[in-house]
Design a protein around this ligand. Sequence first.
Ligand SMILES: Cc1cc2nc3c(=O)[nH]c(=O)nc-3n(C[C@H](O)[C@H](O)[C@H](O)COP(=O)(O)OP(=O)(O)OC[C@H]3O[C@@H](n4cnc5c(N)ncnc54)[C@H](O)[C@@H]3O)c2cc1C
Length: 300
Amino acid sequence: MPVFRPEEFVSSEVEKELLAKLKSEGKRGRIIAGGTGFYELARRGYIPEVKTIVSIMGLNLSYVRNTREHVAIGATTTLQSLLESQAVMEPGLEAIDDALKEIRPVQVRNVATVGGEICISVPIVDLPTALLACDASLRIVSEKDERTLRLDEFYIDAFLTKLRYGEFVKEIILPKPQNIEGKSSKRASAFLKFGRTAYDFNLINCAVMLSCELSTKKIQKIKISLGGIKRTPMRATEVEEKLENRRPEENRILESVQASFSKTNLLPSVHGSNEYKHELLPIIVRDCVMKAYDRSLQNN
Ligand SMILES: Cc1cc2nc3c(=O)[nH]c(=O)nc-3n(C[C@H](O)[C@H](O)[C@H](O)COP(=O)(O)OP(=O)(O)OC[C@H]3O[C@@H](n4cnc5c(N)ncnc54)[C@H](O)[C@@H]3O)c2cc1C
């Protein structure tokens, strides 16, 4: 196995210094935040090329700003701080609250950061699935400039994102649900995870964001995102189309999910075969849609 032998650890309170260092190091440099996943990547021999570890923990990026238009989350905000903030209690952002509670043990939530949870890019994590359903975008900085990328454009493959050498994620932006809906409908979201035990990583997770028309109780718009069934989080757009403009019917949800995913192309793991995941997926999606739908009626 390739051995991880870092030569330098760089930390600073000055963003420009860290960005310059990252640029000059190219693929030899790598960000560290909470370090919970970094350690695993190093131990398993996945990042032998890394010689310079660049910590962004001194940059004062631990905040949750709740404005009228959006919620802005600093990249080094810990999962526990986000969970304790009022922002994820808002109608429409409940999926994020649900997902954070499923990340256990609490010792991990106290150390792991929102940016690290997104950038590690592995199919077994939970928060990115919820952020995807909630339309999250990322503010990405480099020495030269800054760009914003939607989360649904960020992932290429497991361990691979659209981040370039010299860049890091500085902030995560969530649009406020009440600003993108009319008064005649209500939004709500939900997240569900299925793992072998309550403390395990997921086999499958699902997040749903929907708006419900109040007079007819029909689903107007729905977004369904899934984790653990492909190498990156993904939207179930085929299923979404079949559920819009009608009240949710449990059998219709089960059948649409079964028809949209073939038994052979789900991501198998030692803990769950293709066939097992294919049986499980419709149930998780149905329960998650119904959870979000019931919430939207309660939010009324
Ligand atoms: C025992 C254990 C159980 C866990 N269980 C779960 C679980 O059930 N569900 C779940 O979702 N998660 C779980 N996690 C957490 C998850 O696996 C990751 O370890 C964690 O989210 C990484 O966050 P971090 O801040 O520690 O990132 P780090 O370990 O510091 O970094 C991880 C990766 O992201 C990159 N990175 C970090 N921040 C940035 C940034 N701002 N910009 C660019 N790149 C960046 C790093 O270069 C590195 O490649 C668990 C972790 C442990 C140790």
